[in-house]
Design a protein around this ligand. Structure first.
Ligand code: MG
Length: 482
């Protein structure tokens, strides 16, 4: 018995060793197989979803602190909050510029506006500006239309009113909205202060409403504008549900003068600004409901963001950047860090990301999802976010450059941000030049209150090197705003 027992134990031991050996081989084979296919799977991540519908919803002058899901205690945004709960909420998402025109140009082209001249001392395009988005620029709409997408622009344009720069010249098959900001084309006898008034005159601005480039209303009835934009968006979704589509939905509000339709006017705790934002939230709810109703929510990528920070000089009619410093017009965080929410049921894992990303990335992401080739012979600054969106993979950090007009004002690498000059959004005629630069750590000091430059000359040197490398590769485009 003992020998048998030994023998049996020996058999068991050999058997166990054999099993362990086989399991180890199995694990190794599985691992190597996984490793060998993973890069290909990653490369195909966007490919797999080729043909997804893409909707970008773009608010105007909405601040970082103006949504419930970004901490607003007073403005109710249940639809955007739900979109954030079901999708991916970005804590460190940036517009690519501190004001409207350059920010829009960057979103649609994936490029810093310095590269195509859509920035400068005038800051934005005015009705008397001679330029606009150059025709040769490749927009998301250009690239996706070439892949068979239906394309539509709804809302504010502000990228040029002359031939070559208009929506139909920039890849959009349909267009419905205002050619520029709702405070332009003011009536000559408009009393001072009307723009930022809590009760602006409804007929104070002569801005036209255009459909496919033709005036259909002037002055535009701004009180029902958000509702009418949304009707148009819902109709477009229903009509194009059977083919891939790209919808660029750029709201007019909450840019001043502020109006809301009767269903929302006077309903918010935060005055007319809150009314306008709550109506915008209702609009997002209708768009997402339409996608569900048409049965295409799971084949549609939706991204919500804002073109720049809140217009603080408008007082109660300007929004809030929350804990961030300053607002629209400035390269402090409040001017350019904005809400960013990605939504795609069944594809995007719900959560929150701290990855530093920007509106320029939407260009690269849209092209990847649409299977469109990147434009050749042109520098694209945005990055494809699909590894982050679809696989939760963090993106490698790259420097981010903050421009005020055509001047590079600041740079962020990781959580470090250096300011070479600062200037509040509006009302400070000359910048404060910083030599050495101001340095803030946005992780521990998101409000940019404590300059720690003296303690970190190495970080400043690293940022300065990144700025030099960037600037040596930038050829400024011909100025378009003059
Ligand atoms: Mg704006």
């Amino acid at each position: 018995m003992p020998s048998s027992s030994v023998s049996t134990d020996g058999c068991r031991t050999r058997f166990a060793a054999g099993v362990v050996h086989r399991i180890a081989i199995l694990i190794l084979v599985t691992l190597s197989w996984k490793l060998s296919i993973q890069p290909e799977q990653q490369a195909c991540s966007a490919e797999k979803f080729r043909g997804a519908n893409i909707i970008v919803i773009f608010a105007d002058d909405l601040g970082y602190g103006d949504l419930g899901c970004y901490g607003s205690p007073t403005i109710r945004t249940p639809h955007l909050d739900q979109m954030a709960r079901e999708g991916l909420r970005f804590t460190d998402f940036y517009s690519a510029a501190e004001v409207c025109t350059p920010s829009r140009a960057a979103l649609l082209t994936g490029r810093y506006p310095i590269r195509n001249g859509m920035c400068g001392p005038r800051r934005v395009l005015f009705p008397n500006s001679k330029g606009g988005l150059p025709t040769r620029e490749v927009t998301i709409a250009d690239a996706l239309r070439d892949q068979g997408y239906a394309t539509a622009h709804i809302g504010k344009w502000h990228l040029g009113i002359h031939a070559g720069s208009r929506p139909l010249d920039q890849g959009f098959e349909h267009s419905f909205g205002l050619p520029y900001s709702n405070d332009m084309d003011a009536r000559a006898d408009l009393p001072k202060g009307s723009t930022g008034s809590p009760t602006p005159p409804e007929d104070g601005w002569n801005v036209p409403l255009l459909r496919d480039g033709k005036i259909v209303e002037q002055p535009t009835d701004q009180t029902t504008l958000t509702r009418r934009y949304t009707d148009e968006a819902v109709k477009f979704i229903a009509e194009k549900k059977d083919r891939p589509f790209f919808l660029y939905f750029a709201h007019t509000f909450p840019h001043v003068p502020l109006f809301a339709s009767p269903a929302f006017k006077g309903k918010s705790r935060a005055g007319i600004y809150g009314d306008a934002v709550e109506e915008l939230d209702g609009s997002v709810g209708r768009v997402l409901a339409a996608l569900r109703h048409e049965g295409i929510a799971e084949s549609t990528f939706v991204f919500f963001t804002s073109d720049n920070g809140p217009w603080l000089i408008m007082g109660n009619q300007g929004g809030s950047a929350g804990l961030l410093r300053d607002g629209k017009g400035s390269t402090w965080e409040g001017g350019m860090r904005v809400p960013g929410i990605a939504w795609w049921p069944g594809r995007i894992q719900p959560g929150v990301t701290n990855d530093r990303t920007s509106a320029m990335d939407l260009f690269a992401t849209a092209l990847a999802l649409g299977g469109a080739p990147f434009p050749q012979d042109t520098t694209i600054d945005g990055r494809d976010l699909s590894p982050l969106l679809l696989h939760g993979q963090s993106l490698p950090d790259v420097p981010f450059f903050y421009y005020r007009g055509d001047k590079l004002a600041a740079c962020r690498i990781g959580d470090w941000k250096a300011h070479f000059f600062t200037q509040t959004g509006y009302g400070q005629p000359k910048p404060d030049i910083h030599e050495p630069p101001l340095l803030f750590h946005l992780g521990v000091d998101a409000s940019e209150k404590r300059n720690v430059a003296a303690d970190h000359p190495d970080v400043i040197a690293r940022i300065q090197a990144a700025v030099q490398a960037h600037q040596s590769g930038v050829v400024p485009g011909e100025p378009q705003l003059d």
